[in-house]
Design a protein around this ligand. Sequence first.
Ligand SMILES: [Zn+2]
Length: 1012
Amino acid sequence: MGAEARPLGVRAGGARDVPGSWTNSRALRPQLPPLSFILLFLAAPSARAAGYETCPTVQPDMLNVHLVAHTHDDVGWLKTVDQYFYGINNNIQHAGVQYILDSVISSLLAEPTRRFIYVEMAFFSRWWNQQTNATQDVVRNLVRQGRLEFANGGWVMNDEAATHYGAIIDQMTLGLRFLEDTFGKNGRPRVAWHIDPFGHSREQASLFAQMGFDGFFFGRLDYQDKWEREKKLEMEQVWRASASLKPPAADLFTSVLPNMYNPPSNLCWDVLCADKPIVDDPRSPEYNAKGLVDYFLQLATAQGKFYRTNHTVMTMGSDFQYENANMWFKNLDKLIQLVNAQQANGSRVNVLYSTPACYLWELNKANVTWSVKQDDFFPYADGPHMFWTGFFSSRPALKRYERLSYNFLQVCNQLEALAGPAANVGPYGSGDSAPLNEAMAVLQHHDAVSGTSKQHVANDYARQLAAGWGPCEVLMSNALARLSGSKEEFAFCRNLNISLCPLSQTEKRFQVTIYNPLGRKVNWMVRLPVNKHVFLVKDPSGTVVPSDVVTMPSSDSQELLFSASVPALGFSIYSVTQVPGRSPKAHNTWPRLQKHFSRFKPSSRVLTIQNKYILARFDPYTGLLVEIKNLEQNLQLPVRQAFYWYNASTGNTLSTQASGAYIFRPNGQQPLLMSHWAQTRLVKTDLVQEVHQNFSAWCSQVVRLYPGQRHLELEWTVGPIPVGDGWGKEVISRFDTGLETEGYFFTDSNGREILKRRRNYRPTWKLNQTEPVAGNYYPVNSRIYITDGNVQLTVLTDRSQGGSSLRDGSIELMVHRRLLKDDARGVGEPLLEPESGLWVRGRHLVLLDKAQTAAVGHRLQAEKELLAPQVVLARGGGTPYFLDVAPRKQFSGLRRELPRNVHLLTLARWGPEMLLLRLEHQFAVGEDMSGNLSSPVTLDLRDMFSAFTITDLKETTLAANQLRASASRLQWTPKRGPILKPSPFWLDPARITLQPMEIRTFLATVQWENDD
Ligand SMILES: [Zn+2]
């Protein structure tokens, strides 16, 4: 959704009353005596039926069939978000969300027993804001009466494979806030509803539990898994979704829907369906009521056998259905009346209009003991040769743009929080973080960041992100001017990844502001494109710091390098001045480029790069990486890294299934080597050492070490992938070692907790492996690693990718794919990505560690990658912001650094004087085996921030839509382990304790410093 069409009412500036406030406003200013803090000991209230009061009555001694009338409205897929909303391009797909909502409301009013659920707030909020007050009142009534119920309530129904947990939390927060602001607790969804995403992550379930959901419904799971569950009556379970959080904090009751999210065969009564309506006039030659009723009774009884209670659910709706809601409802009315009339003849089936929450409530009351699940639902296959593991890597450029925008949005949010109202209205105009927040929420949709939309829709997603960056740039300019005290002409170079920045490439002197969004100081190597000159770089105190100019691979352009030191949650301003009359070549302390061509006298060359911590050795004959040493830990590991590609299947005699945007299906198990050798070039200066490898006309890599860096950086450039030979290609980077890994490897879940994977194996059923490559692929959001118990090799990614370990000691990541056939899942286009997506650059960070301490390295480095510093340029010499205050070149928003195991997950404006604050323990239980980073950690929030003072603090659930003290969830009885009650908790701002992997969410009332 674009900035122009942004709905009102979700802006962070709106005043918002949190219902049921449980605490007096208590000043948290550090100068107050400690006794003024009242410690509140709060036992979580026991489970109650909040939110279920309006549920329909059921027949306790019958099989109750809960009909759930619903529509599945993709926030972009075959059409753009706006085309779907307004019903444009109906030749592509007949779909118009505005008409669906109009029509559903009329139908609900026509008959009070009817019920409907709605899910996607990106659409609903837009529709809501176009309604008259009278219609809004009518809708509020329907919501209050439970006739219109919201399920899930995120801005979108997010993907679970290619999404990062931070962005998931943000998009859920945005949608749930709209509901809370609009309908209060009547609109608060009780269930999560992910009926379409292509596989389900454990972290998603954990996040839903922490958001306060009572249960979770989904549609897609592996076909073998579903057979087993139906047999074992395990379609419904308690999902224990965290290995660190104490149960039941991350326990989530999870229900697999019987028919994905579609209606049963022959019972689809939408304008988009061709099934016969119910004809109940016996005189009509088309009379079919009796046959349909008999059919329904059989169907319900058969379906009920796979579930453990006398309740079962039927999803009556599908993609963009209910545009003519009367068709659906008229037939459902008749069905209910006719089926229930059979009870007089002894039928034991009771059918009713219901909702997922009301169905869940009956299950909860059934008092059944449920089995427990601890792994996840990846990968998803809907047939023996149909593994949905291609979308883990589809559209790698869009996936990176999304991750980079997450970084940019967090910087924007933080600066808005640190600068206060001055960020929104200032010398550069109106700054606004909302458009990017909404664009990022849209990008989490299961056809957006997943890469499974049509090309024109993917282009529109990128457009929405780009449109969101603009108002954030204004906001950041206002904030930086306010915080630095100097009004500069700020310039944001959006194309630094391809070494383009007009200001640094033309100006003789300029200043570089580096903002660090982490809670700890960082040292960051700044790289800026420049023209051929020598430069003098000065730090904020005016001291000259070392700098270098290096020539970029395969071009003649130059980059200036210097290492910047930036305080926690703050910035440093460096100045750069061209030294007149000197060029890098003329000055002999500047780097000399040594050109190696590997066929040329190889034996005389030792091709290595190294710093104090890491040494990387390359084969002088082939130019390939062959060994990594961790000099600090005295570890040495032969590692051969090379690029390969799988030939994409276009279907064969086993199956017509082709590799496509969703599906990964290689033609054979062995990928083809890109090139046996790489042309190499070595660059060594004081500030960087690089081996440039050129494998082919469309594949190259720079292997890089900066001083003080404990990982090896591999910056790959792949594309445009040639397909003129008629072969679709799926390109991987593969690391081969001799580590004895016994079939195991590890991948992260949405960038947070780690899951152990085993080749050709699933933890909950005996797998019949039918695709030895694609069936072993898993989503890698941020890291994949292998270990033999002593040594661990970890690869961090800069975006979501598919990855696996197909042989012991090996790791592979799919970096790019280009395909010639559609995979028949609806997109109707091959993944060819003309124009923008052809040429992709990214980074893999490789860490070699002792297994015992490896988490320290990868946790902290992944945090730095996710929230990298933001570089902002200016010519310098701006005018003062305040008349009598000198500008400052360094600033920190924190009075003291956060401990290393604490991640500042969110710092954002919530209202005129309110901030949203999330603090996260970023280590799992037992992960740091030699240090104490896996221990609980306690923080004092009272004087933590320097830019503002917290005057009141309330703790909420994860999505900030309920106060934690008054939130309660339904309790379920798991088969395994004791029945645990939610832990009681303290809210003492002086002592905020975080347990391993715990996230705590706060709404803080604040007063900014120097508020005039
Ligand atoms: Zn969908």
